[in-house]
Write a protein of this length. Structure first.
Length: 251
């Protein structure tokens, strides 16, 4: 069919010119000769000599450093929990003065607050005998660490026990330990057993009545114990047993 095409189209189907012959850049495979391959047994004495003369000091990788720091931190924490309670003697502290049942602990104190601020806030509850803001000696801190003005908590000693709303448990509750030693009542929603009552008149709330807040009903200060099905008494009381929606048990 191509013989019937016009000349201008036949030029498109013309064969390409043959490739130019060039000399081979390497020997032919059947004529090629390479260097013989020998073993490394002759270098083994040199390797042993290198091991004897070279001094290698291995460095600690970041994984080993991370594991070491984690292990040291865990050991320090276990040592603190096991040994620190043996030296925890708040009743023998020379800086503590005053009656424990008149002493209020103020925690999470701002670092900008001082004795005047505490006297202004707590003086309205009753006359204050002494205010002590606990400071640190900075003996165990790093040299370049920013020094804080105090530890973030203070003790307020009232002149009268009836002005108290809570007590210093370190000297009133047997076996009490602070939170840093595994005890305490603080935290974020942890459920703990109620602490034993202090050995003194009036319990935690002084001579007027039991409970941390001075009420005759313990911690809740007189709230009801209503359950989910319409319990009775006081405030609260759970859900209403009949009908739709929610309601207080006392309604």
């Amino acid at each position: 069919m191509t013989d019937k095409l016009p000349p201008n189209l036949l030029a498109l189907f013309a064969a390409r010119p043959p490739l130019r012959w060039v000399e081979a850049p390497d020997y032919a495979p059947q004529n090629r000769k390479t260097a013989p391959i020998s073993g490394v047994a002759q270098f083994l004495p040199e390797l042993q000599k290198y091991k004897e003369t070279d001094v290698y000091n291995p460095t600690e990788s970041w994984l080993q450093s991370r594991d070491r720091k984690k292990r040291e931190k865990q050991e320090k924490l276990e040592k603190l929990i096991t040994e620190a309670p043996e030296h925890y003697r708040p009743d023998k502290d020379t800086n503590i003065r005053g009656d424990a049942f008149k002493t209020l602990i103020v925690a999470r104190l701002s670092y900008d607050a001082d004795e005047k601020d505490l006297e202004k806030e707590f003086g309205r509850f009753g006359p204050i005998e002494r205010i002590r803001v606990v400071t640190d000696t900075h003996a165990d801190e790093k040299p370049n660490k920013k020094k804080k003005p105090h530890r973030g908590y203070a003790f307020v000693v009232f002149e009268r026990e009836k002005d108290m709303r809570d007590v210093e448990r370190g000297r009133t509750v047997k076996g009490w330990r602070p939170r840093r030693l595994g005890g305490g009542l603080g935290g974020r929603g942890y459920t703990r057993a109620m602490a034993s009552r202090p050995m003194g008149p009036g319990g935690f709330g002084g001579a007027g009545g039991g409970g941390y807040r001075g009420g005759p009903r313990g911690f809740d200060g007189g709230r009801g114990r209503g359950g989910h099905r319409g319990g009775s008494g006081g405030r609260g009381g759970g859900f209403r047993s009949g009908g739709g929606g929610f309601s207080r048990g006392g309604d």
